[in-house]
Design a protein. Structure first.
Length: 440
């Protein structure tokens, strides 16, 4: 037995050119029978089998052993698949690997070509907006944002992501084939459902992708001497019936929500920062002062507190399109700024998870835990409208997801007796004046 083991050890070092060598997986071990794992006895060499039953093309997963070693392994693994050293890997797997490499190279070439043709779309630069219609363009084209997002993923990782082959504009149309949004609704908030393209970008899209239905929005300039009103039309035309149903469903969803987010913003009086909010914020002192001033300036209209003089200026690009700002475009006069529906939290503002069927009293309890303000000291309002009925539900009060609720806490009355004590302590000491027994 000892001679056999010694012979086995020397057999492991034979060169690959020896025709007596056998291929085994690197997981195979020449150990005693009592050390063999029962599960491993059933699966030796199966990890170097390809799905077609041939030898795997992964050379790093296998090694050569001598015939003597293999004979010893066969004693423990009689059903193990056997491969001699001349065995070629699975030809079907090799062909698939070549095709994958070719497809990967083609995808990279396709990604480079599309990126160079649609560079501004990929980098999200110089994008058209409806708030400031380009002067030299009368038609803009529409595609779903999902298409743009998936296309950008492919451009970034062409070797890993499947190429985008089609544009499904039908998801923006109703069952009757009509468009679901108006120009006015796109200005207010529905712009998040579409992505705008320049005419030259649309020509590239039509060339490289299959488009089921073109969608465009056109500007019709007024004729001289007739009227001065600029009109905007979509193609396909708006389906009025489905548009009304869509708006009704939107309003219903806003009143029947669960686990939605609302933002509670504490109004600060006397132009001073709240000390109890500072520990929860990871900002420097200068930033805290700047944010405090911005909030004080925006007390009259909390929704636009970031747009006042105390707020940080937004960097404008060459096309006059600003970066995302708080809230949806509620003032059409602020042209040139591309609005974002993403909420930007301010200092002293906290997000709460609520449902439409919970009462105002339950919301006040949540606010109490968040701001340490008792419910009876809370004065809540939305857009200047006070919320007073504690038994009413949030849905009936018009509280919708992403609403900004202003909290104004009742300040306690000043304790004048404590002020007197402080005043007495602060008086200067006059020293010992004597006992008065000597008539002084």
């Amino acid at each position: 037995m000892e001679e056999d083991e010694e012979h086995t050890k020397h057999g492991d070092h034979k060169t690959n050119g020896d025709r007596s060598n056998i291929i085994v997986s690197k997981g195979a071990k020449t150990t005693d029978r009592e050390d063999m794992d029962t599960e491993g006895m059933k699966t030796i060499n199966e990890d170097i089998l390809c799905p077609h039953g041939g030898l795997s093309i992964l050379a790093s997963e296998r090694r050569l052993v001598s015939v003597e070693v293999w004979d010893k392994l066969k004693v423990y693994f009689p059903k193990a698949p056997e491969f001699i050293y001349q065995q070629e890997p699975c030809q079907h797997c090799l062909r698939l690997e070549r095709e994958d490499r070719q497809n990967e190279e083609l995808n990279k070439m396709m990604a480079n070509e599309q990126k160079s043709a649609l560079l501004n779309l990929f980098q999200e630069k110089n994008r058209p907006t409806l708030q400031k219609w380009p002067e030299d363009v009368d038609v803009l084209y529409i595609v779903p944002p999902f298409f743009v997002d998936e296309w950008r993923k492919f451009i970034r990782r062409p070797a890993k992501i499947t190429p985008v082959s089609s544009v499904s504009n039908s998801i923006l149309l109703c069952p009757h084939g009509g468009f679901m949004f108006t120009y006015e609704s796109l200005l207010i908030g529905d712009a998040e459902h579409i992505a705008l393209l320049w005419p030259n970008e649309w020509e590239v899209i039509r060339t490289h992708f299959l488009v089921d239905q073109p969608i465009s929005i056109s500007r019709i300039k007024p004729e001289h001497g007739i009227n001065d009103t600029v009109e905007y039309h979509t193609r396909p035309d708006l389906c009025q019936e489905c548009r009304e149903g869509f708006m009704f469903q939107q309003q219903r969803d806003m009143r029947e929500y669960t686990q939605a987010t609302v933002y509670v913003r504490k109004v600060i009086n006397n132009k001073r920062a709240l000390k109890d909010d500072a520990p929860s914020l990871n900002i420097s002192g200068s930033e805290a002062e700047e944010d405090t001033e911005a909030k004080v300036d925006g007390e009259k209209d909390p929704d636009f507190s970031q747009l006042e003089n105390g707020a940080k200026r937004k960097k404008m690009d060459s096309s006059g399109i600003g970066s995302a700002v708080h809230s949806v475009a509620r003032a059409p006069s602020d042209k040139g700024i591309r609005r974002s529906t993403r909420h930007h939290k301010l200092r002293g503002e906290k997000a709460l998870i609520v449902s439409a069927n919970q009462t105002l009293k339950e919301l006040k309890i949540q606010i109490m835990h968040a701001f340490s303000v008792a419910p009876f000291d809370q004065n809540l309002s939305i857009d200047g409208r006070s919320l007073t009925d504690d038994s009413a539900t949030l849905g009936s009060l018009g509280v919708i997801p992403d609403s900004i609720i202003c909290l104004k806490a009742d300040e306690p009355l000043a304790d004048y007796s404590a002020i007197d004590d402080v005043y007495q302590v602060c008086l200067p000491e006059e020293g010992f004046k004597g006992t008065g027994l000597l008539g002084h």
